[in-house]
Write a new protein. Structure first.
Length: 524
């Protein structure tokens, strides 16, 4: 080999040259996308390691230890994912059960890029994906927690992407076979329904778009959309069958959450304010503007599709908030559909407008700093070291703490010893916390009027005559006796347990022991 060739190879692989090649690759939309996916995935793994399971997460992991085609609160996709991870790795550690959701959100980021790039170009796709990760309700909770929203967002985006490809192909050449894309759209829709019932609102948005858009309306005369609907129904059919076998429990529960009878005139304003906080107000407002602009001055047919997908969930929950309390993340699928529109605006104005660039940098810095502060505080409890001491029960991180210290305290005092011992809580979320901490070693009941999934589990867990250890935060002996004395021959208070946060006392948990349980035959 000549000296010139050797010198050329050395120059090509010199650190500076590699650095320039990497910078050039990362500056391209696809390179930037993979850099975004890898860095955010690693950050979510650290975040999952730092936080204990939240209230809903503990409940889903613990109550979902039995595999079923349906569950009281939601369809089974998220429950199955946590169950599968726990059995695959032989552990219910927070990082383990969260791992499928973290990996799935990496796929959601990729799908957001693909959808937006298909609609508005690669640069728009990169910024839509980046901003999706910057919104806490997506990038932090949906992206890493054991919740139905993780698979919901992934499958919604997959279905929308296939729908867009099917519609474009049909409109370009009606004679062209597009059944593959329609099958993909139906499968995505069915799996979204298999994740969370609110996916039906996105399907309604698609239907309204097809009815209202003249070019798209012609597609309804072809078999593709109806085939997609049939596939979605077939995928969702097991959930319907499970509900039919369980007295329509899950459908009735979710429908009842929107059945308030008292008028709340400021409910919609409260809901919008909460949604803006979950998205961050400086992301929420541009999202809303992008949606309004696409509705008022649409540039493509797909603009209206995205607006309909957004409008149905957001407006429905605004109406529900007039009559009942809504959780602010319920409308998240609607906002999901607006990110491609926002990505287009950012790609269009980023280079010419310094304010847009500063806004993007500020979003990134805010998310990194916020996640770092929350993660390190929950993991290491450093706030008391800088002078912020909290009274028992006032620690702001309580919901993110595992109840391992409470379970260990019960074991150390011999309260769980014996063959006919149960543990109970008076609220479903407390039952989930203690059940997760006990790792399935002792059956757990929920005695309260709203047991959720524990109401379906109770009949197989109850043994009359059992001794029951009741873990009841915020309860007194008088209140527990008044509510549950008919279930036991005797009911006494014992020394409370202590929930600890990195070794410090965080909350005192009252403990009561009931002897000779008399459980109603109807079972919960």
């Amino acid at each position: 080999m000549s000296r010139m060739a050797v010198a050329g190879l050395a120059g090509a692989y010199a650190p500076a040259s590699v650095g320039r090649q990497f910078a050039a690759w990362a500056s391209e939309p696809e390179g930037g996308l993979w850099l975004l996916i890898v860095t955010t995935l690693l950050a979510r793994l650290l975040f999952a390691w730092a936080l204990g399971l939240g209230v809903d997460e503990s409940y889903m992991v613990a109550a979902g230890r039995h595999l079923a085609l349906g569950y009281f609160d939601h369809p089974p996709a998220a429950w199955w994912m946590a169950w599968g991870a726990a059995h695959l790795f032989g552990s219910e550690a927070p990082m383990v059960v969260r791992l499928p959701f973290i990996l799935m959100f990496a796929g959601t980021t990729w799908l957001m890029y693909q959808l937006t790039a298909c609609l508005y170009g690669a640069c728009a796709g990169l910024w839509a994906a980046a901003l999706l990760n910057a919104a806490p309700v997506f990038g932090l909770t949906t992206g890493s927690w054991v919740l139905p929203d993780g698979p919901l967002m992934f499958f919604l985006l997959a279905g929308i992407y296939c729908l867009v490809r099917a519609l474009r192909a049909e409109q370009a050449d009606p004679r062209r076979t597009t059944m593959g894309w329609w099958l993909g759209a139906g499968l995505g829709a069915g799996l979204a329904l298999f994740s969370k019932y609110t996916a039906v609102l996105s399907l309604a948005g698609v239907f309204l778009y097809l009815l209202s858009a003249p070019r798209a309306r012609r597609v309804l005369a072809r078999p593709g959309p109806w085939l997609a609907l049939l596939v979605a129904c077939l995928v969702f059919a097991p959930v319907i069958a499970w509900n039919a076998a369980h007295g329509w429990a899950s459908f009735a529960f979710q429908a009842g959450r929107a059945g308030g009878h008292k008028l709340h005139p400021f409910g919609p304003l409260t809901a919008l304010a909460g949604e803006s906080l979950f998205l961050l107000p400086w992301i929420w407002l541009p999202l809303c503007w992008a949606g309004f602009a696409a509705w008022r001055w649409p540039e493509t047919d797909e603009d209206r599709l995205l607006v309909w997908l957004a409008l149905v969930p957001i407006m429905l929950f605004e109406l529900v908030s007039l009559r009942d309390h809504v959780l602010f993340h319920w409308a998240a699928p609607g906002y999901l559909a607006l990110f491609p529109l926002l990505g287009r605006l950012v790609a269009r104005y980023r280079r010419e407008n310094w304010a847009v660039r500063a806004w993007l940098a500020g979003n990134a810095a805010m998310v990194v700093l916020g996640a770092l502060l929350v993660g390190t505080e929950v993991r290491f409890n450093w706030l008391p070291d800088v002078g912020e001491h909290f009274a028992l029960g006032r620690d702001p991180d309580i919901q993110a703490l595992n109840w391992t210290s409470v379970a260990n305290g019960l074991r150390a005092r011999g309260l769980l010893a014996g063959n006919n011992v149960l543990v109970a809580a008076t609220r479903w979320h407390d039952a989930g916390k203690i059940d997760y901490a006990l790792r399935g070693s002792v059956p757990v009941l929920c005695l309260g009027h709203d047991p959720r999934e524990y109401g379906l589990l109770n009949p197989g867990r109850v043994s009359n005559g059992a001794r029951v250890v009741i873990v009841a935060p915020r309860e007194t002996l008088a209140a527990v006796r008044r509510a549950y004395r008919g279930l036991f021959d005797s009911l006494v208070a014992v020394q409370p347990a202590m929930l600890r946060h990195d070794g410090r006392a965080a909350m005192q948990v009252p403990i009561f022991v009931g002897t000779d349980l008399h459980w109603p035959r109807k079972g919960g």
